[in-house]
Design a protein around this ligand. Structure first.
Ligand SMILES: Nc1ncnc2c1ncn2[C@@H]1O[C@H](COP(=O)(O)OP(=O)(O)OP(=O)(O)O)[C@@H](O)[C@H]1O
Ligand SMILES: [Mg+2]
Length: 288
């Protein structure tokens, strides 16, 4: 079994993450000498707060800026302007050498486990790598207990990623993310690339581990019904902006923004969402 992260006193709930007026513009290469380089406004002034221990969802269709926002919170990308504060530290302009606390305390799980796992490494080394990189001991016992916590047998450690199914590979990514005992887990569409038959299992696994380990979760999906299954609160994004934030049940039951209304009215049942309908597919049939 894995131990929960350091106990929190309920008296001092503080934001794990606070983002203020975040803007990220990308400049595309010029296509003509006569015209200026095109600018993509991926984030147009995003503000949000995620409390410690909260399960926070971000929903919106493809290209609305979800991954850009996560990359800035994880300091994998830099904001054009605005501020991102993680556990009380403004990380927006910190140099990499000052980001050790973030590299340990905040971990990510991505959509496609195949491209995020090194195919030449054995699973036990993949899981131990974040510990080794940060100068911590990575005992065989720790790796075995991580494998067990994601429902894989201890001998899985001897094999390579290609010897596993997509769902099992995502379990390996989750074990790897949990290895440094993070307090914050960020999952960017963690089940959308998986076979329909295993999506619900991996979703439940993430949900159970977040509970067991007392983690703060940011969970991104293009599908509100998947978010509803996992998150307490949700921010709805559209074209680089947050258009609505609130408790998941409230946003779902009484959406106030027209875009959210469209999202909600187009919502499939969880089984249909898990079967892979995209937001854009669903919006096609929704009233405007
Ligand atoms: N490195 C980059 N260079 C140029 N444009 C980028 C870059 N990264 C993202 N963009 C653009 O910024 C916008 C937001 O992209 P982002 O990946 O954040 O969207 P998303 O909501 O995660 O979409 P998806 O659901 O498809 O993953 C898109 O128009 C995208 O093309
Ligand atoms: Mg994305």
């Amino acid at each position: 079994m894995l131990e929960p992260s350091a106990a929190r006193s309920t008296a001092e709930v503080r934001p794990a993450i606070r983002v203020t007026d975040l803007v990220r513009n990308y400049t595309r290469p010029r296509t003509s000498l006569l015209r200026p380089a095109p600018v993509i406004h991926a984030l147009r002034g995003v503000s949000l707060e995620v409390q410690e221990g909260e399960r926070f969802g971000i929903v919106g269709e493809s290209g609305c800026g979800k991954s850009t926002l996560l990359r800035i919170i994880a300091a994998l990308d830099r904001a054009t302007s605005g501020q991102a504060v993680v556990e009380g530290t403004d990380i927006t302009r910190l140099p990499e050498r000052r980001l050790k606390f973030l590299r340990e305390n905040l971990q990510l799980v991505f959509q496609d486990p195949m491209s995020s796992l090194d195919p030449r490494m054995r699973v036990r080394d993949i899981i131990a790598e974040p510990l080794v990189v940060q100068g911590h001991p990575a005992s065989g016992d720790r790796v075995r207990s991580l494998l067990e916590s994601v429902g894989l047998s201890a001998d899985a450690g001897d094999r390579y990623p290609h010897q596993f199914s997509g769902g099992q590979r995502q379990r390996i990514s989750i074990a790897r993310a949990l290895a440094p005992r993070p307090r914050i887990l960020i999952a960017d569409e963690p089940v959308s690339a998986l076979d329909v038959s295993v999506r619900a299992q991996v979703l439940n696994l993430i949900s159970d581990l977040v509970d067991e380990l007392n983690l703060t979760l940011i969970f991104v999906s293009h599908d509100l019904s998947v978010i509803k299954h996992v998150c307490d609160r949700v921010a709805v994004m559209n074209a680089g902006e947050i258009v609505e934030t609130g408790p998941t049940g409230t946003v779902y039951a009484t959406p106030t923004h027209p875009y959210t209304r469209r999202l909600v009215s187009s919502i499939p049942t969880l089984p249909r969402a898990l079967a892979g309908a995209t937001t854009s597919d669903l919006l096609k049939g929704a009233p405007t």
